[in-house]
Design a protein around this ligand. Sequence first.
Ligand code: ASP
Length: 599
Amino acid sequence: MTDVPDFPALRANAFRDAWCGQVLADRVDQTVRVAGWVHRRRDHGGLIFIDLRDRTGLVQLVFNPDAAGAAQELGHRLRAEDVISVSGEVVRRSAETVNAELPTGEVELRVAEAELLADAETPPFEIEGYSGEVGEELRLRYRYLDLRRERMRDALTLRHRVTAAIREFLDGEGFLDIETPVLTRSTPEGARDFLVPSRQQQGSFYALPQSPQLFKQLLMVAGLERYYQIARCFRDEDLRADRQLDFTQLDLEMSFVGVDDVIELNERLLASVLGSMGVEFELPLKRIPYDEAIARWGSDKPDLRYGLELADLTDRLRETGFNAFRGVIDAGGSVKGLNAGAREMSRADLDGLVEEAKELGAKGLVWAVVEADGWRSPVAKFLSEDELAAINGDLEASEGDVLLIAADHGNVAATVLGGLRTRLAARYGLIPEGVNELAWIVDWPLFEWSEEEGRWDALHHPFTSPAGPLDPDDPGSARALAYDVTWNGVELGGGSVRISDPEVQRAVFTALGISPEDAEARFGFLLEAFRYGAPPHGGIAYGLDRMVALLHGTDSIRDVIAFPKAASGGDPLTGAPAPVDEQQLRELGIALRAAKRPG
Ligand code: ASP
């Protein structure tokens, strides 16, 4: 950060009376004492220059032989990352040595006294400057050194500013910050639970919350009306750049509200919080029905900063003689197309796209390059002139354009092309800089069919209210009072209006194949609470790590978490997860199977 830090004046003590970053030209001729880490050291034989670093920035120290004595002697011995306290006079630098990059660059501190507070071993990587070449394992292993770097410090500072802005806004709106337990029972977000064995009740386990969902609903029954929490959530999932085993949500819930109320409040929250970070956008945000998002952009979190919309070609091809399409259509699937525009793509590039489509879940992908006299495409000969013309028309194709077509069941054709759409946009530089597109995705299906389980699952969670009466014969048609908010193609948060009528809740459980006994065993306490007067309520949760990562301009949420887990799920710093003593296991009544014993 090149700004002068807005830090409060320090109370002078034996270590310092000023922050490094505040030793500015207005202090010339004053004596100041600063403390911090040796950031960089240049020994010019006689003169020794040291950049001293504290959280606010750098100031240049000069050890001059004229100072002589102990200070000079120490200056010679200092090494990177030693911790020192020095005092001396602030002097103006000569014009040629002014450093315009640093707020303190007009001055230097002429050291009169210096004290070594702590020696540092040579760090395993350089702190000075940010070299992206240091492997992540090593950075995480020595995270306390990694966090000394400016970019990491900026990330944590930004994170703090975001949470401070959130708290200020929600406090002003009457929200109470209420903590909910970390040792609890399974919560309904559908991921794998982390379990904690109970010592006092051997054989029983706490689950770490996947979200505070059930507790925040109980807080509404309790009449607290407006709750929020910056809550740690735990989901035992495989890690990716945007996932951690424990992560942070901004979680909130409100009583006596419908969808519009929650959306309206959250739009102001986003405008206030993101706005305070310089992200500008207009309210109200667009609301895009889920089906439209899938149909036009092939995603439930579409990036709206560029075109490349999909077209539905199914109706055009109902009678086609091309079996690959016809078979899919006859079986109720769809054919979708994407005009990737006029791109220089070799045969290998096009075949590469087919492979990518398969990675994304397609059985295949048809490509075509539009030429003056027709299509250059492996499938051109299978399609009639009329069909080619119709597809060209629907995809607004002109000569040179690359067309991509997928045929598959359900939403697969759309989501595969949606996946290619985002890759192509990044690959061909189609994403405009400095544009912010936020939108609500609304009218979600209530349920989704799980092929693996052979049953309906809740698309959000089982407490999401249906938008109308359920048709038990057609759960797939039910819509939910649910909403997600997206920013430039990333899901920032999602929530819903909840079920507060026990009859409706029962019907939803039935559709999900959750028996009354099961429901009672898993969520009985919530269902019981609902019998004591539950207000209509709804809420939302945001992925805070992701929000901060986007603001910081990084793809990895690990960059904005002080002590994240590595991609392996382990923590290279503490060595977690780690084996435990035999004695600890005995107390918990746990015996490990020999084959599983670590080490
Ligand atoms: N508990 C939900 C989640 O973690 C959010 C919500 O419905 O408020 O995704």
